[in-house]
Design a protein around this ligand. Structure first.
Ligand code: ATP
Length: 210
């Protein structure tokens, strides 16, 4: 498979043990940064799942203005970011599905593939918008929903509708975001160690975020 192919048939998740939990870690990943890896490591340590799936959205529901990097490029960067760690796997289902990506559809697809013990992990910055997600009440009823702590995002401000419907997981505080990486690239400021080494090389060679 070429590293640029969209098809995820060989990304490896289809072979995972169905009896263990499987973590869905979705996002835009524009680009993936070390914060994603550090918190995914904490999630793995806590749960010992079959894997943490990094699932780049095709078109994120809340970022439909077309300003993000093409989905295939973000998927490629996710593959580069997790390649060195067998516990983390890229998952192309949302990019392959195309259109606006909804977590409820991804959960349905993974359930249909035999994974019954699904855990959806999101950073605390997502908390306020969860009640706007498609079928969110069905989603939180069907999966274990983990909200990961993130600097400058307060878990205490969770919308009332979500009370009691999610778990809060304390993870390593990493004050890094994709926005910060994009801004630094654009401003010609240092960003080398904010992203995994192959992602750094790719951003430079593809001249992203200039
Ligand atoms: P952007 O700055 O473009 O909004 P981001 O850094 O939030 O991007 P996403 O791709 O949106 O990155 O993140 C994917 C998932 O990882 C989301 O659930 C997000 O909340 C979480 N996440 C990202 N960075 C961190 C971090 N430093 N600590 C905890 N969770 C994080």
């Amino acid at each position: 498979m070429s590293a640029n192919s969209v098809s995820g048939a060989e990304d490896g998740w289809a072979q995972l043990d169905r009896d263990r939990p499987l973590v869905i870690f979705g996002g835009t990943f524009d680009p993936p940064h070390i914060g994603h890896l550090i918190v995914a490591d904490d999630v793995y340590h806590r749960l010992r799942p079959a894997a943490v799936l990094f699932v780049p959205a095709a078109t994120p529901p809340h970022k439909q203005d077309g300003s993000h990097t093409p989905a295939e490029t973000r998927l490629h960067m996710v593959r580069l970011a997790v390649a060195a760690d067998r516990r983390f796997l890229p998952c192309a289902v949302e990019v392959e599905r195309g259109g606006v990506s909804y977590t409820i559809d991804t959960v349905a697809e993974l359930r249909a593939a035999g994974f019954k013990n699904l855990v959806v992990a999101v950073g605390a910055d997502n908390l306020a918008e969860i009640p706007t997600w498609r079928d969110w009440e069905k989603l939180v009823a069907e999966v274990r929903f983990a909200v990961l702590t993130r600097p400058a995002h307060d878990l205490a401000s969770a919308p009332a509708a979500l009370a009691g419907k999610f778990e809060s997981w304390e993870v390593t505080p990493v004050p890094i975001s994709s926005t910060m990486v994009r801004e630094r690239v654009r401003a010609r400021e240092p960003f080398r160690y904010l992203v995994p080494p192959p992602v750094f090389d790719f951003i430079l060679s593809a001249r992203l975020y200039r």
